[in-house]
Design a protein around this ligand. Structure first.
Ligand code: NAP
Ligand code: ZN
Length: 351
């Protein structure tokens, strides 16, 4: 497989800062689309992977799975995208396309293992791994390239490719509807999209946060109420009242206080904490036949539906635009819970 050298930014070890490096990308194959990357969002998962929080990181890691750019070349079989199109790439770049999950448009659960945009084994270059969007360009099979509505702000659209679909998918799968009382835990990259989507679906949205100072923003984003999770009295007032809770907390945490908020038969969906959770009482779900579930991004079809919905309703992320040279500072700020509400890298700065 012939490759070409592409400028990127990545980490060579879990303890190292990100820095400029060169990576190899494949040349455009018959089914491929080459994208000049204009913007890339900074997901907390990028940081988890760079710092090897989930183990299994292989270095160098070039993160970035909230990719926006223009098509600059297409392979001879490509029919869904053309040169000049505004497109996006999220967390997925390949899957087997034939297993039961892929047939149901759930490529993220591909039985042969989905290929993630970064830190996954590359299906095209033997022995290589995938590198993400903190780079000049990327080559992706057309099936994993999304159409981006031209009416949306390009930079603010980038986070939709991960934070957007990760919050859209559970709201849609659990059929959140007008009038439901929906809690979103954690006002970060994912959480702020969760609030916007739940609001757009007509739910009565409560922002559940550890940061009272974010309350005003939460309301501006679409929350009807703000519940400070550290305030026990306030938590008591909301006990047993939620139809659905979307939990974006990025680390293991106490579950009982949040489970107490659910109504009978209601569900709390975890999207953030991959690691062990603190032990919780069986009684917290037995009493009230409550459910805890998980959700992983969303399939390609669903991602396109989400983008189309955003185009129609003019929904994008609230972002802080940075240069790639500021990425290490940005990571520190995400860890300190200090971003409003997603960093997006202006990839022009890589020149
Ligand atoms: P983020 O921007 O850092 O937001 C997380 C928010 O959670 C923070 O803003 C904070 O909100 C709250 N929080 C942080 N630490 C907390 C703690 N110890 N206890 C309670 N609340 C806490 O992160 P993100 O990019 O939204 O990602 C969230 C998590 O989802 C990450 O672990 C990421 O890897 C994961 N993720 C999962 C998927 C998936 O498919 N399942 C996809 C993308 C990302 P407040 O200040 O409002 O409390
Ligand atoms: Zn992500």
């Amino acid at each position: 497989m012939k490759t070409t050298t592409v400028k990127a930014y990545g980490a060579t070890a879990s303890t190292e800062d990100l820095k400029p490096l060169d990576i190899q990308r494949r040349l455009v194959g018959a089914d491929d689309v080459k994208i000049d990357i204009s913007f890339c969002g900074v997901c907390h998962s990028d940081i988890h992977t760079v710092r090897n929080d989930w183990k299994g990181s292989t270095y160098p890691v070039v993160p970035g799975h909230e990719i926006i750019g223009r098509v600059v070349e297409v392979g001879k079989n490509v029919s869904s995208h053309k040169v000049g199109d505004l497109v996006g790439v999220g967390c997925l770049v390949d899957s087997c396309q034939t297993c039961a999950s892929c047939e149901q448009d759930l490529e993220q659960f591909c039985e042969k293992g989905a290929t993630w945009t970064y830190n996954s084994s590359d299906q095209h270059i033997e022995g290589a791994q995938t590198y993400g969007g903190y780079a000049k360009s990327v080559v992706v099979d057309e099936k994993f390239v999304l159409r981006v509505p031209e009416n949306l702000d390009e930079a603010a659209t980038a986070p939709l490719l991960c934070a957007g679909v990760t919050t859209w998918s559970p709201l849609s799968h659990w059929k959140v509807k007008k009038g439901d009382k929906v809690g979103v835990i954690g006002l970060g990259g994912l959480g702020h999209m969760g609030v916007k989507f739940a609001h757009a679906l007509g739910a009565n949205v409560v922002m559940i946060t550890t940061s009272p100072e974010k309350g005003k923003d939460a309301k501006r984003l679409g929350a009807h109420e703000v519940l400070v999770s550290k305030d026990e009295e306030d938590m008591k007032k909301h006990r047993g009242s939620f139809d659905f809770i979307l939990n974006t907390i990025p680390v293991g945490h106490e579950m009982d206080p949040y489970l107490a908020l659910l109504k009978i038969d209601a569900t709390m969906v975890l999207v953030g904490a991959v690691e062990p959770l603190k032990p919780f009482n069986g009684g917290s779900i037995i009493m009230g036949r409550k459910r805890i579930a998980g959700s992983l991004i969303g399939g390609i079809k669903e991602t396109q539906e989400m983008l189309d919905f955003c185009g129609k309703h003019n929904i994008t992320s609230d972002i802080e635009l940075i240069n790639i040279q500021d990425i290490n500072k940005a990571y520190e700020r995400v860890i300190k819970n200090d971003v409003k509400y997603r960093f997006v890298i202006d990839m022009k700065s890589l020149n």
